[in-house]
Design a protein around this ligand. Sequence first.
Ligand SMILES: *Cc1c(COP(=O)(O)O)cnc(C)c1O
Length: 228
Amino acid sequence: MADILRNVAAVRQRIAAACRAAGRDPGAVRLVAVSKTFGPESILAAAAAGVTEFAESYLQEALAKLPAASGGGRIWHFVGPLQSNKTREVAERFDWVHGVDRLKVARRLSEQRPAGEPPLRVCVQVNISGEASKSGCAPDQAHALCLAVAALPRLELRGLMAIPAPAAADPRAPYRRLRALLGEIRRELPGLDTLSAGMSDDFEAAIAEGSTLVRVGTAIFGDRTMAP
Ligand SMILES: *Cc1c(COP(=O)(O)O)cnc(C)c1O
């Protein structure tokens, strides 16, 4: 657990350095710790290191550990693929959802968001590298999907999310495309303020292209040796 404390500090330094290099304010990039496959004790260790936002990808695993790991005003993001028959628990238990890529899922999340809670914050996921196997809407569908999602009453659309294919030659290229797409959509939806972009291995590239939220797992918690 001492590692987690050190790792969080190292990640914060990397974020600050990437922001400096890009001429950006380090406070403009939120750190979300992706805790999938790690238990509540790891989450609490990261929380003790000052992390306030956490993300999970596997719903059953998340629901099992949330009771022991939530509290403390921690903010929970769901970043996994979302099937439309699994939306209710996500709408009830999470604060943010990053993987919205179909209107059907968005409609269900809106209908199922409990009345006493603030609107569910969402990002539309874009398949920015055009990979056949990946989730995310096609880039040319993102604008229309954003307009439809923004109109749903119990959702608050905040921006775009992507998980690009590793691009050795120019790791910034997919993030540059994502940023340009957000810029176009913001002409009609100026309130969008979030680019959910960058993971352990590439968040510097994402920050250079305007990421406002990095999702970092391995660099904080270590290697994921097993699926839940
Ligand atoms: C697992 C995961 C991450 C974190 O990946 P690392 O490479 O471990 O930092 C980020 N985003 C999503 C959507 C994930 O599923």
